[in-house]
Design a binder for this molecule. Structure first.
Ligand code: SF4
Length: 322
């Protein structure tokens, strides 16, 4: 019988199956910006983004790539006797760098002992063939797995405009297709409780990711940071955030529509510790995770339970009749 934790495709299990042991992520925080802040795609950034560009739990970006890797690696080696690692270029938009700087950063990570994967976080409108070609050349012998993490947040392009993402759904689809063409994997970041989205949008998120064959997903409930445009809306009472109960139901519904092959890299996220106006309904992230797992078990739900809509569903009856 499935328990709550085995009702979705967990990342930790996937890593052990793929690499034969536990694998640890080494976050790298590069100084940088984002086209949605400097005017190329938009000004001011996404309405929820803090100044640190989602790199709040990384080492300071004044350290070089090698130094950050070495420090984080030493920690995991000492604490867990870790041998295999994924270097994770986490903060800001890592492909929004001149090609030469991008190459230099990736080359530094690729040469590290024990690195089985490189994960590069970016925006869908910053996935360019020249950068992907470089990654293909670098990894001709397939020495490590390359994963591009795309911040999408929602497939609802009306909401994307409201949160000032500076891109729509088309850029995401285009990026996923380009990444696939180069033989790399994609991870999509989603926030399922954006104030303008409903449960139907959550379902459509699952359906589109499944149809595109996205390999990984990271979920994050909305957190609100003081001093951001979202923080201002929140403080003025102009947005409402759904209850934790509704959120739990929404995540579970999302999972039921998601292809069971998609690996859930993160079920619940954490916000920065400082200046938070709202995060995870004031409870610890693991409690939200537990609630989701309990709900799945209680209602006999599991990832992929409603995944029956692709591959010409409407003609399946004909095939069965033949
Ligand atoms: S794309 Fe990322 S770094 Fe840029 S503004 Fe949005 S959340 Fe911040």
């Amino acid at each position: 019988m499935k328990t709550g934790t085995t009702r979705y495709n967990q990342y930790s299990t996937h890593l052990v199956q793929r690499y034969g042991e536990k694998v640890y992520k080494l976050p790298v925080n590069l100084p940088g910006t984002c086209p949605n802040r400097d005017g190329r795609a938009g000004w001011g950034g996404c309405i929820f983004c803090d100044e640190e560009g989602s790199g709040f739990d990384c080492l300071p970006n004044t350290y070089g790539v090698k130094e950050q890797i070495a420090k984080n690696k030493a920690y995991f080696q000492k604490r867990f006797k870790a041998k295999k690692f994924i270097v994770y270029f986490q903060a800001f938009t890592n492909t929004y760098l001149p090609l030469n700087s991008f190459k230099d950063n990736i080359n530094q990570a690729a040469g590290e002992e024990g690195v089985v994967g490189i994960s590069i976080s970016t925006r869908p409108d910053c996935v360019n063939d020249r950068y992907l070609d470089f990654l293909s050349e670098l990894n001709e012998e397939k020495k490590f797995d390359i994963n591009i993490e795309l911040g999408l947040q929602t497939v609802n392009y009306h909401t994307l405009a409201k949160i000032n993402r500076g891109h729509g759904l088309a850029e995401f689809i285009d990026a996923v297709l380009r990444i696939k063409k180069h033989g790399f994997e994609t991870c999509a970041h989603l926030i399922l409780n954006l104030p303008w989205d409903t449960c139907e949008d959550a379902v459509e998120n699952a359906r589109i990711l499944s149809a595109l064959g996205v390999e990984y997903v990271k979920l994050h409930s909305l957190y609100v940071v003081k001093g951001t445009p979202l923080g201002d809306l929140y403080e003025r009472g102009e947005i409402e955030i759904i209850s934790m109960k509704e959120y739990v139901e929404r995540v579970c519904t999302f999972l039921t529509y998601l292809d069971p092959a998609v690996v859930i890299q993160r079920l619940v996220g954490k916000g920065p510790r400082e200046s938070l106006l709202f995060s995870n309904w004031g409870v610890s992230w693991w409690l939200v995770k537990q609630e989701i797992e309990n709900y799945l078990e209680k209602h006999d739900l599991y990832q992929g339970k409603n995944f029956d809509y692709l591959n010409g569903k409407a003609v399946r009856d004909y095939i069965q009749e033949e």
